[in-house]
Write a protein that binds this ligand. Structure first.
Ligand code: IMP
Length: 428
């Protein structure tokens, strides 16, 4: 049985939640490998809408083991809240497993996220202000606190003695705000630790065992390729590795264990937060896409910036993730335009470039080179078979595949689970 990864090919919010949910129905284990509650997955099941930030979408299927890997950062209050709200809706969360090595978001991480953004002034990254950057910074600087640390009162107390000195010095001397006391943090976090204790496991053993026993394992990516701290539009990125390269380190498996990688892309492009966006639109076309596609952040509610499909970006994602196939989302959202556009290359300083430039100043100066294609009528995507899509929509998808160099494996034509056309079954 293969293992399948689902990653974002653009700036996040591509609709990975729906595809992971779909593939989770065939999976025995669903594992997240990076990011934290900055992610937001919306899954529609029947009349219910589930908004998940931390727990893998596989939780909606009874009997699925859902792993929060060591590469994920965990805000325990958010995790517990999510577990409780799922339980209230009758969802069994007993299959949840959390890596003891995952780092924990502390109150000073959230505060520092806000203070650092304020200090950046006009150069704001537009973070979710949930403490993601500061917790990963501490992890790399070896000032972090892991789940296993908070489970052990003495270890927790020792870690806080070591770390709070540094954190409070920065908060007080750099930002002129009050710091935190050890007692205050322990009083809040020790009860969290008790709530999650039974779910903590060695997730590297768990995932490797499942793979060795031939189980279907799904790796659930959060954010997207262009938000990757190494491969994204730095510094307008998140602080982890959403690309397929992050899976091995974020779960404790070898890269040889990843069989297929599905890249999720919208039939257009969106972005939240700051930073260059070559195909960004304004005016009525942008508003139509935003309203039809309900392009507002799941985590922050911010309106998303919208633009035409950028094949330069997705071709880049095909390369850095080694994509086996694409899942194209929101084909229905684009229905109703007489003409649609695809960006095939960028024009920069009088030259046409086809490869995504990693230099932000170059990217900011890039003009999209567009190809115009026929649109397809509103309502025409409500079909059960790919062959029944209008010819123009099929031609659009074929052109995406040709320009990006990856086959289209899945097409989404609506929000519901059943509004999905599968051209190539990933778990086969
Ligand atoms: P952070 O992850 O909160 O540090 O935010 C860094 C950047 O990543 C900001 O531009 C955020 O808007 C963006 N970002 C983080 N998570 C997501 C996501 O799940 N979808 C889209 N953008 C995200």
């Amino acid at each position: 049985m293969p293992t399948v990864a689902v990653v974002g090919t653009q700036w996040g919010d591509e609709g990975k939640g729906k595809i992971t949910d779909l593939l989770a129905s065939r999976a025995d284990v669903v594992a997240r490998y990076q990011g934290g509650n900055n992610a937001g997955h919306t899954v529609k099941v029947g009349g219910d809408i589930f908004k998940l930030h931390l727990i893998p979408s596989g939780i909606l299927y009874r009997g699925t083991t859902c792993v929060i890997g060591n590469g994920v950062v965990v805000d325990p209050a958010v995790l517990i809240q999510e577990m409780d709200s799922l339980a209230q809706k009758g969802i069994d969360v007993s299959g949840l497993r959390i890596s003891g090595n995952a780092h924990v978001i502390m109150p000073y991480h959230r505060l520092l996220d806000k203070l650092e953004e304020e200090m950046r002034g006009g150069g704001k990254i537009g973070t979710t202000a949930l403490g993601i950057g500061p917790v990963y910074t501490d992890k790399i600087a070896r000032n972090g606190i892991r789940i296993i640390d908070i489970l052990d009162r003495e270890a927790f107390s020792d870690r806080l003695d070591a770390v709070l000195k540094l954190k409070n010095a920065v908060l007080q001397k750099v930002y002129g705000v009050e710091g935190f006391t050890k007692e205050q943090i322990m009083e809040e976090y020790l009860p969290y630790a008790e709530r999650i204790r039974d779910y903590v496991a060695d997730c590297s053993i768990l995932v490797n065992d499942a793979i060795d026993r031939g189980k279907n394992v799904l790796f659930e990516g959060a954010q997207g390729t262009l938000l990757d701290v190494d491969h994204g539009t730095y510094p307008y990125v998140t602080s982890s590795w959403p690309t397929a390269g992050g899976i091995a380190a974020g779960l404790g498996i070898g890269p040889t264990k990843i069989n297929k990688v599905i890249g999720v892309a919208k039939a257009y492009t969106t972005r939240v937060g700051a930073g260059p966006f070559p195909t960004e639109l304004s005016g009525p076309v942008c508003n139509t896409i935003r309203e039809r596609g309900q392009e507002y952040g799941t985590t922050t509610g911010r309106p998303r910036r919208c633009g035409w499909f950028d094949s330069v970006i997705v071709r880049y994602a095909v390369r850095v993730n080694g994509l086996s196939g694409l899942a194209i989302m929101h084909l229905d959202t684009l229905a109703g335009f007489e003409k649609v556009k695809i960006c095939t290359a960028y024009r920069c300083d009088g030259k046409v470039i086809r490869d995504f430039p990693t230099n932000l100043r170059v990217l900011a100066g890039c003009e999209p080179v567009y190809e115009e294609l026929d649109g397809w009528p509103e309502g025409s995507c409500a079909v059960k078979r790919f062959e029944d899509l209008p010819g123009a929509a099929r031609a659009y998808l074929a052109r995406i595949s040709e320009l990006t160099g990856a086959p289209v494996a899945i097409v989404s034509v609506g929000r519901g689970r059943e509004e999905t056309l599968i051209l190539e079954e990933p778990f086969s």
